[in-house]
Design a protein around this ligand. Structure first.
Ligand code: F0G
Length: 434
């Protein structure tokens, strides 16, 4: 198989070698996509090979990303692979969340089970391996927290120097803590995500640092594995809906590319429909998709949401996300209260997730109420981050202290506050109702 980079803009269509250090098309500025040509093994053979690899002790077979390496053969040598055994995340059932959304069955593919606690690891293993293959020494990203935590871990594992830029005061502490612990050079910049992304792109180019934001096409290749692993776990039975939060829109772009390639190569016989859910205060893609052919894409210059992971107003990958949504998919937006309550319900199911991930359940509930999703349709929602990423949010919700970005109090509808009690048997027995 030969891998190459192609401009996503079909009018341009320029192609480049995968060894060129570029993130957008040098000719037209369009997004880049990794493509492959040449014969590949039959779908049924690969399905069997991938199952057999689950019994292997080889690191690249144990990785829930590289196990599926035939779907993204851009590396020439396996020795460049940097793996922390990412992927291998479960699909979990919950009666509580299904009834909350008034659907027969919603299942969660929980990417928070990843080594650094988010779906970013699926892409970062691929992006970092490419950095190693290219002989880069330093890697950089701007992040709302998860990308930086992931990049820091993979970079140091690879012996690369991680440089992280984050919007000052706007990332959850769990994520900032990870970056510091993994030893990343961490710069807190007084600007928002979109402004810092423009800056880091210039820094990367001028200082020869490898850029690992999701505009990097190899990150997208790795993130395809989330959908591939999901379908493998479902014995290739395609769900009607795959639901995912939308921020910079890299993940939905990867899901679309992954599913299309599986379909074209005969792994699945139909395409799933995709639903992207955004926070109402940071929902430029939702606004755009209301009438995509009319006004062009208008960024939101002041995105606001407590779900800081998706506090993004100018998502780079919107053209790819638009292609994925197509005519069948939907984009929805949900309020801060809806996110907070859905998160609490996911918590009470014994599953837990970070706020951005809970947009999925809130979105399904809303789409079901609007009749856009039927109760009997099969739904897999992707929980993108671990519950421990943002403990501050949890504590505030459960103690009724959570306020939205406009300082309006949110209701702890499912609040479960801790009780302060004296060190006294009788008092505690009384509290326990005994
Ligand atoms: N959920 C979580 C937990 C995230 O961290 C992100 C993105 C998303 C959803 C949205 O995914 O950007 O591919 O649409 N976090 C990035 C970061 C931006 O810097 O960690 P997307």
């Amino acid at each position: 198989m030969r891998a190459y980079l192609a401009c996503f803009n079909t009018v341009c269509g320029a192609v480049y070698p995968v060894t060129e250090v570029i993130y957008t098309c040098p000719k037209c500025g369009g997004l880049l996509e990794t493509r492959y040509e040449g014969p590949s093994p039959e779908a049924w053979t690969l399905k069997q090979v991938w199952r057999e690899r689950r019994m292997s002790n080889h690191p690249i077979d144990q990785s829930g990303v590289w196990r599926y390496r035939e779907m993204f053969p851009f590396l020439e040598e396996d020795r460049h692979v940097i793996t922390l055994r990412e992927g291998n995340t479960p699909i979990l059932d919950t009666v509580l969340a299904s009834s909350y959304a008034s659907v027969d069955r919603i299942r969660f593919k929980h990417q928070g089970f990843n080594p650094t606690g988010s779906f970013k690891d699926n892409g970062m293993t691929a992006g970092t391996s490419q950095a190693v293959r290219l002989g880069m020494k330093r890697v950089a990203c701007v992040s709302t927290g998860n990308t930086s935590a992931s990049m820091a871990a993979y970079a140091v594992s690879a012996g690369l120097e991680p440089i992280i830029l984050i919007p000052n005061g706007n990332i959850a502490f769990g994520k900032l803590g990870q970056a510091l612990d993994y030893g990343a050079k961490t710069l807190q910049v007084d600007a928002n995500f979109d402004q810092i992304l423009a800056l880091v792109r210039v820094l990367a180019e001028k200082l020869g640092i490898y850029l690992l934001n999701s505009v990097n096409p190899f990150r997208i290749e790795g993130q395809k594995s989330i959908v591939i692993e999901m379908l493998d776990q479902l014995d290739w039975e395609v769900p009607d809906w795959i639901v995912v939060p939308g921020g910079n829109l890299g993940n939905i772009s990867a899901f679309g590319k992954g599913a299309r390639e599986l379909y074209e190569q005969g792994f699945i016989t139909r395409m799933p429909k995709f639903a992207v859910i955004q926070a109402a205060g940071a929902s430029p893609f939702y606004e755009f998709m209301k009438a995509p052919h009319e006004h062009g894409f208008t960024p939101n210059t002041h995105p606001e949401t407590l779900a800081t992971a998706i506090k993004i107003g100018d998502p780079v990958s919107w053209p790819k996300a638009w292609q994925t949504i197509g005519a069948e998919g939907v984009v929805e937006s949900v309020t801060e209260q809806e996110i907070a309550d859905a998160k609490a319900v996911i918590g009470r199911s014994g599953i837990g997730c970070e706020p951005a991930s809970a947009t999925t359940l809130a979105g399904v509930k809303k789409l079901r109420a609007a009749g856009k999703i039927r109760a009997d349709e099969s739904i897999v929602a992707v929980l993108t981050g671990n519950v421990l990423k943002d403990p501050d949010y949890i504590y505030r919700y459960h103690t009724n202290q959570l306020k939205d970005p406009q300082e309006q109090a949110l209701t702890g509808t499912y609040a479960n506050p801790p009780v302060v009690v004296a060190n006294d048997f009788a008092a505690i027995a009384k509290l326990l109702g005994d």
